[in-house]
Design a protein around this ligand. Structure first.
Ligand SMILES: [Zn+2]
Ligand SMILES: [Zn+2]
Length: 395
């Protein structure tokens, strides 16, 4: 009896409990990434109904997360990213707040009925969802888990449960939403502050590759470059081989025709190449010729023009730099215009036309790097879209 009270039914030692904690945390993280994020929010993959249901049950049991709320908050994040309305942007709230108070920000957005109505479409709405998973007894799941763990592991089970309850708030709300928009490296010039935190997405289920994800939100795979690994994609491959998942969309490599989707995919690669092949060498050249920008000027020059647009003071500072260096002005303006090609509401074929127009003007811009870039991209456009995409991805 005494042994039961102090160690529960199983009487497992501490190290075994740490194992249980790591395993359950990993399962939760993977359920969030595969089910809530890639399947429900972005429809990049269609999980088998059985897998979907296991994920719903598991997330109810370990996190009390409601699918509709999570999906709505995350879709709102994508549509307003790092601008007014983004529910958890470190740019708006400060990194500390998102890192340590991410759950509060999430709750505030999840309780907003307009957000749920606008962004929560297409999520489960069956009896089980209404009465159990999202219903008035929603927290029964995590209480059940607490009871079960105390029964199995004794008082230590309570500690295990408390640590488990902190898992998703720290990893998803804090690390991905906070660090994913502040720390790491960027493959793509997306109009936001998203970063790939580390190239190996293991701990957060692949969500670490957050800049890749913002560049291709509809892609089931988050890794893009050589040396990057997305463990969520690894599991999806297994599920798909077992007939338990159907991959709906992938970035960049599977484009067969010039659909809008392909063009959007092409855009991220093109912007990234523009930075590497035009902006960076031009910047280096003017520095070599004696141009000495302040830290602030440098930051403003490299910031996505969309993020800059809101501050008149930043704009004026950047303008004074660009006025003093005409060649920088040229490559900067071409960068802004290249961004506009994709943002107009035009039809895909029309965008392609606008891009051709941009290219022909770039070819006579008088800036060597810009002219070379234009020629190379022009050659790409002569090829079928599928080839364009894989070449753009490679180079
Ligand atoms: Zn984000
Ligand atoms: Zn997303």
């Amino acid at each position: 009896m005494n042994a039961f009270l102090s160690h529960g039914l199983l009487g497992w030692p501490l190290w075994a409990l740490i194992g249980v904690w790591l395993l359950t945390l990993h399962l939760t993280v993977v359920a969030v990434s595969l089910y809530l994020h890639r399947d429900q929010t972005h429809r990049a993959v269609k999980l088998h109904p059985v897998v979907r249901h296991l994920c719903r049950f598991w997330l109810w049991l370990t996190t009390a997360t409601v699918t509709r709320e999570w999906v709505a908050v995350h879709r709102r994040h994508h549509s307003t990213v790092d601008h007014e309305g983004d529910p958890h942007s470190p740019r708006l709230f400060g990194l500390r707040t998102v890192l340590f108070g991410g759950v509060g920000l999430y709750r505030r957005a999840a309780e907003d009925s307009d957000t749920l109505k606008t962004y929560g479409q297409g999520t489960p709405d069956d009896w089980l969802e209404r009465w159990v998973y999202a219903g008035p007894v929603n927290i029964i799941g995590i209480l059940l888990l607490m009871g079960l763990e105390v029964l199995l592991f004794g008082p230590l089970g309570l500690t295990l449960w408390a640590v488990q309850m902190m898992g998703i708030p720290v990893l998803a709300a804090g690390v991905v939403n906070g660090l994913g928009h502040a720390v790491g490296y960027r493959n793509f010039d997306t109009p936001d502050l998203s970063h790939n935190i580390v190239p190996w997405g293991l701990v957060c289920g692949g969500e670490e590759l957050h800049n890749n994800h913002h560049a291709f939100p509809g892609s089931a795979r988050f890794s893009q470059r050589h040396g990057e690994f997305d463990i969520g994609w690894f599991y999806l491959r297994i599920l798909s081989a077992l007939g338990l998942a159907q991959i709906e969309r992938l970035a960049a490599t599977d484009g067969q025709s010039v659909s809008l989707q392909d063009l959007m995919a092409y855009r991220a690669h093109l912007m990234s190449r523009y930075l590497k092949e035009v902006l960076r060498p031009t910047w280096r050249n003017v520095r070599r010729d004696g141009f000495r920008p302040t830290r602030r000027c440098r930051r403003l020059f490299w910031l996505s023009p969309k993020l800059l647009g809101e501050s008149a003071e930043d704009r004026a500072t950047l303008d004074s730099v660009l006025d003093s260096q005409p060649v920088l002005r040229t490559v900067y303006d071409f960068r802004v215009r290249l961004g506009h090609v994709w943002e107009s509401g035009a039809h895909a074929a029309q965008r392609l036309e606008e891009l051709r127009e941009w290219l022909s003007q770039a070819r006579t811009s008088g800036v060597r790097q810009l002219e070379h870039f234009s020629e190379r991209v022009h050659l790409l456009l002569e090829q079928p879209a599928s080839q364009i995409l894989s070449e753009a991805a490679g180079g």
